[in-house]
Ligand binder design. Structure first.
Ligand code: PLP
Length: 422
């Protein structure tokens, strides 16, 4: 028996929250179902989260948390931001997906907006992906297209680099534990010491296709590269005819109190990759290529994606950028970030504080960072430990001074609890 379109639509046309379709349960019940239905690549999730508002989230047992990780630098405008939410919903209710045989006004407007924010010169272009690793995958292909085939086989990345988990991005990622199980990875990538300008100058030569850099290494514990290094990289790559590709997946979109962390270096790279904060929680990635030469390296048919740049994703990003711009968020990031870093530096047991804006890493005097994360959860704070003695914070960019102060006040007890448990 067949149905008319109206009948099929009608059966689902009521206002049903997703939680009604997914069902209800306690945290423990959900986690038991998780472990029997989801692949174990992430280990056991710390909590089952069901709701968010601004910088707060709630778990399935009703416990409230101050989210100081923001989905790992993603939820730029916090959770359930009314403007971002309504733009996404209205775009979805108007036109949700069309494939890249077609385009849409939000896709074009977002590309133009990103080129303007990046102060990209004439001839610059954008490619939309769905994640950071995909944006870097596109950048990897761009690098391969630089120079005559085979003659520029070397791609340079840094020790400590994290560029993603798909095969090309994984080849750029330094961590042995992530790479080794998947060898052979795409070839030609060499990793040079972090922050060593002489090593960079020695490595970049006329066989180099590209240099990939994160202005601040996030996964390595929030390690800033510095403007001198970025400028030296621009000089060396220009002289050698290599591309300079900046991975601003974690540092971009206001995270450091500027649209791009690399702004202060005053350089024009050949490409920048973005994701994380761009969609304000909706999956969007982007590759920006600077100038005609870089932008023409990938031609028709050489790359593609079904979802990349879809109307809802690009509407989400437009809404996020608009909200950041119209609500003075970059200034908030600078103010609250400075307050947070100063406060953390004064806490007993904290030996170093790094980062810019609201991308902050701090080291402890003992290897108790994972236990501090656990103590934080018990006390209602979501934080992250990228290393045994390093804590990372990447909260929503709308974090208030009061909320930052609450964490600073709680931290000594969290460190003590972690040390007592050791
Ligand atoms: N590049 C950087 C600098 C990142 O921090 C990340 C993720 O943490 C990625 C790339 C990969 O992004 P995604 O997880 O969206 O694939």
């Amino acid at each position: 028996m067949s149905h008319s379109e109206a009948e099929l639509v009608e059966t689902s046309a009521n206002e049903t929250p997703a939680s009604e379709i997914a069902g209800q349960g306690s945290g423990a019940e959900w986690l038991s179902r998780y472990s029997s239905s989801l692949m174990g690549v992430f280990g056991t999730p710390q909590r089952v989260l069901v709701r968010g508002a601004g910088c707060l989230v709630w778990d399935a047992d009703g416990k409230e948390y101050l989210d100081l990780l923001g989905g790992i630098a993603v939820n730029a405008m916090g959770h359930a931001h009314p403007f971002v939410t309504s733009v996404i919903a209205s775009q979805l209710a108007t036109l949700g997906h069309v494939s890249n045989f077609f385009t849409s006004p939000t896709q074009i407007a977002l590309a133009e907006k990103l080129l303007a924010l990046a102060k990209a010169p004439a001839g610059s272009k954008v490619f939309f992906a769905n994640s950071g690793t995909e944006a870097n995958e596109a950048a990897f292909k761009l690098a391969r297209r630089n120079g005559e085939a085979g003659k520029r086989s070397k791609i340079i990345a840094l020790e400590g680099a994290f560029h993603g988990r798909t095969m090309g991005a994984l080849a750029l990622t330094a961590k042995e534990a992530y790479r080794a199980p998947f060898e052979p990875l795409p070839g030609g990538v060499v990793h040079i010491p972090f922050g060593d300008i002489d090593a960079l100058r020695a490595a970049v030569d006329d066989t180099t296709a590209a240099v990939f850099l994160e202005p601040i290494q996030g996964e390595a514990g929030v390690r800033p590269l510095g403007t001198d290094y970025l400028q030296a990289a621009r000089e060396a790559t220009t002289a050698a005819g290599a591309l300079l590709i900046l991975d601003e997946v974690q540092t971009g979109i206001g995270r450091t109190g500027k649209w791009l962390a690399s702004e202060d270096a005053g350089i024009v790279p050949d490409a920048i990759t973005l994701a994380k904060g761009l969609g304000g929680g909706f999956p969007v990635g982007a590759l920006i290529t600077f100038g005609e030469a870089a932008s023409s390296l990938l031609s028709a048919g050489q790359h593609g994606t079904t979802f990349g740049g879809n109307p809802v994703a690009t509407a989400a990003a437009l809404a996020t950028l608009h909200a950041i711009e119209s609500q003075g968020v970059l200034e908030n990031v600078r103010t609250v970030g400075a307050f947070l870093r100063d406060g953390l530096a004064a806490v007993d047991g904290v030996t170093e504080v790094r980062g810019e804006g609201l991308l902050i890493g701090f080291d402890l005097d003992t290897d108790v960072a994972p236990a501090v994360v656990q103590a934080g959860l018990d006390a209602g704070f979501i934080i992250n430990s990228p290393g045994p003695r390093t804590i990372r914070l990447a909260p929503p960019l709308i974090l208030s001074t009061e909320q930052a102060g609450r964490f600073i006040a709680a931290l000594p007890a969290l460190i003590q609890t972690a040390k007592d448990a050791k």
